[in-house]
Design a protein around this ligand. Structure first.
Ligand SMILES: [Zn+2]
Length: 91
């Protein structure tokens, strides 16, 4: 039985999650990536091969012109903009 390296909990189960690969300012989101996830703290464990496959796909998309299944437009904010109160807003 595996145990979580992070919290020591023994309930680590198979899961499929969204993985965000980031390199410089570029992102790749991959859905339904197999991993093992701690039921207690949520820490995820990926096989090295899985991460290599994602990295390879990232390179294909950004360097070899592979077309991804779907593209998202992602808004980017600075926290001070998020935090700013609008005039007239009761806190
Ligand atoms: Zn844990």
């Amino acid at each position: 039985m595996k145990k979580c390296n992070f919290c020591g909990n023994r309930h680590v189960r198979e899961a499929q999650v969204q993985y965000i690969y980031r390199h410089d300012e570029k992102l790749l989101l991959v859905n339904n990536v197999p991993c093992e996830q701690c039921e207690f703290c949520g820490e995820k464990y990926f096989k090295a091969q899985v991460l290599r496959n994602i990295e390879l796909d990232f390179k294909k998309i950004y360097s070899a012109g592979k077309k991804a299944k779907k593209e998202l437009k992602v808004p980017v904010e600075e926290y001070k903009e998020v935090h700013r109160h609008s005039p007239g807003t009761a806190a």
